[in-house]
Design a protein around this ligand. Sequence first.
Ligand code: BDR
Ligand code: CA
Length: 314
Amino acid sequence: MKGREVQKYKMLIDTDPGVDDAMAILMAHDRAEVVGLSVAAGNVGIEHTVANALKLVEVIGATTPVYAGCATPLVHSAADAADVHGSDGFGDTGYTPSAREAESEHAALAILRASHEFAGSLVLVALAPLTNLALALKLDPDLPLRVARLVVMGGAVSGRGNYGTVPAEFNVGFDPEAAHVVFSQWPRFTLVDWEATMRHGLDFERFEAMLAKGDARAKFYDSITAKTRAWSRERGRPKLLIADALAMAVALQPDIVTHAEEHHVGVELDGRITRGATVVDWQDRLGKRANAHIVLDIDQARFEGLLASAVGAA
Ligand code: BDR
Ligand code: CA
């Protein structure tokens, strides 16, 4: 671990690995004290997301506990993102699974327990559909009072989504009811959305050169992302997008943010062509409490420095 930006904080990551979750988890272990990975279904099914979380902890050489959580969204079923991440969520490399197993405690209960154990010093980073967190909130609506900061990767704040309906982003679109529970009950959270991700893409060649310089973490990351990088190039994406890594950069170094706005954000649950949209009251017309600190831009050079450090290439 390096600068320990969140040294006085403990970090719990709710995640659905997924290759961009993987980079975020590497970054977190490089810089913070990670007290657990609570895992949801999302990018792929829960059996894969849990196995991937366990494998990544092994690659890092850590002993971070992994808690399996919700296998389905709260209300409606949803399509996964295996086309982007591979059918196992980690690029179908056929890696040898970790010998370790997930803890017996459910992810939602682990979130609540950690919030008591580290009351006032817990940073929650939500990189998955918000199913586990919504469940935890329903079990204990006072949860936000004990959490120092919540950073959510989710949403598309002006309607340029990446999943399902045009304006939906994957994490919110996969489980809109869960996102609604969190957005309506959490007093103030930091939101890192898909459109910020698109503004902070990474040059493919530079990123690959960085991986080539790194250690075993880089090698593993290189192998599990080969398919995703090929998929991105085939789709003509000009840059590599790693949404969860951007959110993690903001969680680790809040002062990396160069432009943000505070507004109310709601989730569309019923729209005929907009289910899963995140609707931002940009002009504060509704008189509702601003629940979200919406990250619009960050310092790109610092972001890339955190990535390099996380894979031993800095
Ligand atoms: C988000 O959706 C998932 O596919 C990624 O892991 C990320 O959390 C981006 O929309
Ligand atoms: Ca994710």
